[in-house]
Design a protein around this ligand. Structure first.
Ligand code: FAD
Length: 138
């Protein structure tokens, strides 16, 4: 059964567009082979990422990602078994600016993007609404 893992982390330094593009290039190539999909968000030096796919592959990839020196304070927010992936259309979707879903932060009572204090449901809603906004913009 597929799993969904959501984590957040702190970038080791401010990430440029080029830095993010490098991560996404590797992610999309690897994830495609592993049958993993998901969404990555980066803002205010925080990453928030969801990975969905076969349990063994998601677990192994997460351990690799957690070792990556480009970020630290890697914190799992949610880990669950799912019937169907929610992010199946995305080998690794990306959103730099949560402006499209800024209202959610307000609803969550947050003044800025602080994934460390998001509940599992809040993090999932945030990423899912971002992916929907991306689809609409595409
Ligand atoms: P390479 O990309 O060649 O990397 C080899 C090693 O070098 C790895 O240990 C890597 O951590 C390190 N490395 C690579 N580039 C840099 C750099 N610019 N600065 C410092 N160290 C570097 N990978 C995926 O496959 N799927 C994902 O969904 C995914 N999401 C990520 C999300 C974040 C927030 C970050 C920071 C990284 C993510 N990665 C992802 C990259 C992942 O951490 C590994 O780099 C990647 O899985 C290893 O790919 P590779 O075997 O092709 O080796």
């Amino acid at each position: 059964m597929p799993v969904r893992l959501i984590y957040c982390s702190r970038a080791a330094r401010d990430m440029s567009l080029q830095d993010i593009q490098n991560i996404l290039r590797t992610a999309r190539a690897n994830n495609d082979k592993l049958g993993i999909c998901g969404m990555l968000s980066y803002q205010s030096r925080w990453f928030l990422q969801v990975l969905e796919g076969p349990r063994a592959e998601v677990n192994a990839l997460f351990l690799d990602i957690a070792e990556d020196p480009r970020h630290d304070a890697v914190t799992i927010i949610a880990y669950e078994y799912v019937d169907e992936p929610l992010f199946g259309d995305w080998r690794m979707g990306y959103a730099a600016d949560g402006g499209a879903v800024g209202h959610l932060l307000h609803e969550f009572g947050m003044e800025r993007f602080e994934p460390l204090v998001m509940s599992p449901l809040q993090a999932l809603r945030f990423l899912h609404e971002l992916s929907t906004a991306q689809e609409l913009a595409a």
